[in-house]
Design a protein around this ligand. Structure first.
Ligand SMILES: [Zn+2]
Ligand SMILES: [Zn+2]
Length: 406
């Protein structure tokens, strides 16, 4: 079968590999009908999420049809349409039973302290072969898969595999009560869904901060108040728009690959940020392999965090769902402490939110496909990665169609 395989930082290829087989009783084999490229995949190819094992199939977002189930999978049968949650969890341990699926004690073969287990990630996350392939083995399939009703299309469902639940989790962590002002930092796919999720929670005002015009336009289409940080100082803008108070809640949808926006009137500020970030960058991405316009790590790994702590009002809440690898340890703790901020963060407990979001999409409360801007057969996956990586205008989310590989 065809699959997107990691060979090294800056080196991914569409390879022919053998099809997966059932290995454990709670496995399922799924024929994927949709997969997607995620910002998290880019961290691995850029080198800002280190430790990938060469040969690992990439991708952690998938929708497909069950081909085969192990003897312990009693809730699915061959032919069921399913969405697969990105993180892998056992469903039995105390964490899973409390809904903290991303902190499962059993799913990660490296042990309970190793961190979140997910598809297509670095060695410390399993590693598990990912979902940018024609077929995938889904461990703990009785927990990780959610059955799809006919009314929910593949295009809608692929966005419920990771990014919509992640964004919704971010809005939950931010503890948004009706009327609260919310700033969403980063308007990529997760940021767009964070805006939608903040609105579902009746936020009074939602601000959207980015430097890519097409992303800001999409945010404004959702009625967010937009701030382009390459055109103005985002802190001054947020304070100015809120009567000097700042925002009650901030959601970090940026993570480690933050860019400084070193164009336009904010250039001097950006240069200073980049200079200060240099030591951080070496720690975060010890190995890089930039090629032309591709695979450049962001130049300011902690920039989003610094801005967020400054922009949030006293006694406000910061929610961090942007991905930071374990090597990042810069956070403005003093500033946050002295403002009495609450900081909540983590990897999404996908399984906790997917069934509810499937229902919400089925009921027509949200239509997630407005975010999906690109479709590619899996044979075009490498080009799709490159375009998405170079933040091409208009490229918000790329869906791959594995069954069109032939
Ligand atoms: Zn993802
Ligand atoms: Zn568990």
């Amino acid at each position: 079968m065809k699959a997107v395989v990691f060979h090294g930082v800056g080196d991914i290829r569409l390879d022919s590999v053998s099809e997966p087989k059932i290995q454990k009783p709670n496995d399922a084999i799924v024929r994927l009908t949709a997969s997607a490229i995620c910002g998290t995949d880019l961290h691995m190819v850029r080198g800002t999420m280190a430790g990938m094992k060469p040969g690992t199939i990439l991708g952690h977002e998938g929708v497909g049809v069950v081909e085969e189930v192990g003897t312990a999978v009693r809730n699915f049968k061959k032919g069921d349409r399913v969405v697969i949650g990105s993180t892998i969890a056992c469903g039995n341990c105390s964490y899973c039973r409390a809904g903290h699926y991303a902190q499962c004690d059993k799913a990660n073969p490296n042990g309970p302290e190793a961190g979140t287990a997910f598809f297509g990630g670095p060695a410390e996350t399993g590693p598990f072969d990912g979902l940018q392939a024609e077929y995938a083995r889904v461990p703990f399939a009785n927990i990780g898969m959610v059955k799809l009703p006919d009314e929910v299309t593949d295009e809608q469902a692929i966005l419920i595999s990771d990014i919509f639940p992640t964004a919704y989790f971010g809005a939950e962590l931010a503890h948004i009560e009706p009327g609260r002002t919310v700033a969403v930092f980063g308007c990529g796919p997760v940021g767009q869904f964070a805006i939608a999720s903040a609105k579902l929670k009746d936020a009074g005002r939602v601000f959207a901060i980015d430097c890519i015009p097409s992303r800001l336009e999409m945010a404004r289409d959702q009625n967010a108040e937009v701030i382009d940080f390459s055109q103005e100082d985002p802190i001054e803008a947020l304070k100015g728009l809120t009567g000097g108070i700042g925002v009650d809640r901030g959601i970090d949808c940026v993570g480690v690959d933050a860019v400084s926006g070193s164009q336009g009137p904010a250039t001097d500020v950006a240069k200073d940020i980049v200079k200060k970030a240099k030591p951080d960058l070496r720690k975060v991405a010890p190995i890089t392999n930039e090629q032309g316009d591709n695979w450049h790590p962001g130049d300011s790994p902690s920039q989003a965090l610094l801005w967020e702590v400054e922009a949030i009002a006293k006694s406000g809440t910061l929610s961090i769902i942007g991905v930071y690898p374990q090597t990042v340890n810069t956070f403005p703790i003093g500033a946050a402490m002295n403002k009495n901020l609450t900081v909540r963060m983590g990897n999404c407990n996908h399984r906790r939110y997917i069934p509810m979001l499937v229902n919400m999409v089925r009921a027509g409360v949200v239509n997630p496909t407005e975010i999906l801007t690109q479709r590619e057969p899996i044979t075009g996956a490498i080009d799709g990665y490159k375009e998405f990586d170079s933040r091409m205008p208009g490229w918000i989310k790329v869906m791959l169609e594995p069954e069109k590989a032939a």
